[in-house]
Design a protein around this ligand. Structure first.
Ligand code: IMP
Length: 199
């Protein structure tokens, strides 16, 4: 089977978040007919894998197998070198059920203070998986390297953006123009690779 999707094909997005689906439609240049896992009432599988790629693939496969349609899923997060890659796949979970990312960023700072050395390097990863029902899958990963800066700066963006300064710049992702972040982010790199594979 060719691992391509015809323009206009139905594609399930393995998210229950309509905002994320709209954002994906735009990134994918409205090339496909997007349906969310929420629209289809699909249950969200537990993210039991140990890597971004593993979790993206698990979510894409679950949605594809349950719907009988190709499905796209992502998994992303912040990895800190001095913390052996933490929070990594637990990035969302460090913010707790209240999704308090200021608490999560404080936790990163505290762990760094406890750790030896002054290495503040970190990176964001975005894994994307597109799976066909009971079939093959395409998996890509984008990564952006940078350093962590405390206290958090900037009101833009989301999650850990206010403490991440991408390589070669001075502003945090939280301070940058959204378009500037979007042009260089881990997500943009991953989607560029996916598009290169698909169209
Ligand atoms: P996911 O929805 O399970 O992939 O969780 C991703 C989590 O990683 C988010 O909740 C954020 O905390 C963090 N994250 C991923 N990408 C970014 C980003 O571009 N900026 C800030 N935080 C991010």
């Amino acid at each position: 089977m060719a691992l391509t999707l015809e323009p206009g094909a139905k594609l399930v997005v393995a998210t229950h978040n309509p905002g994320k689906a709209r954002e994906l439609a735009e990134i994918l240049e409205n090339r496909f007919q997007l349906i969310t896992a929420g629209d289809l009432d699909l249950s969200e599988p537990e993210e039991t894998e140990t890597s971004f790629v593993g979790n993206a693939l698990l979510k894409a496969r679950a949605a594809a197998d349950a719907s009988g349609l190709p499905a796209l899923a992502d998994d992303s997060g912040l990895s800190v070198s001095a913390l052996e890659g933490a929070p990594g796949i637990y990035s969302a979970r460090w913010a707790g059920p209240e999704r308090d990312f200021y608490a999560a960023m404080r936790k990163v700072e505290e762990r760094l203070e406890e750790a030896d050395g002054d290495d503040r390097s970190a990176w964001f990863t975005c894994a994307l998986a597109l799976a066909w029902p009971h079939g093959a899958a395409v998996v890509v990963e984008g990564r952006v390297d940078g350093t962590l800066a405390f206290p958090p700066r900037g009101e833009r963006g989301f999650g850990y953006d206010p403490i991440f300064v991408p390589e070669g710049g001075d502003l945090t992702f939280g301070e940058m123009e959204p378009a500037a972040k979007d042009a260089m982010s881990h997500r943009a790199l991953a989607f560029a690779k996916l598009k290169a594979a698909l169209w």
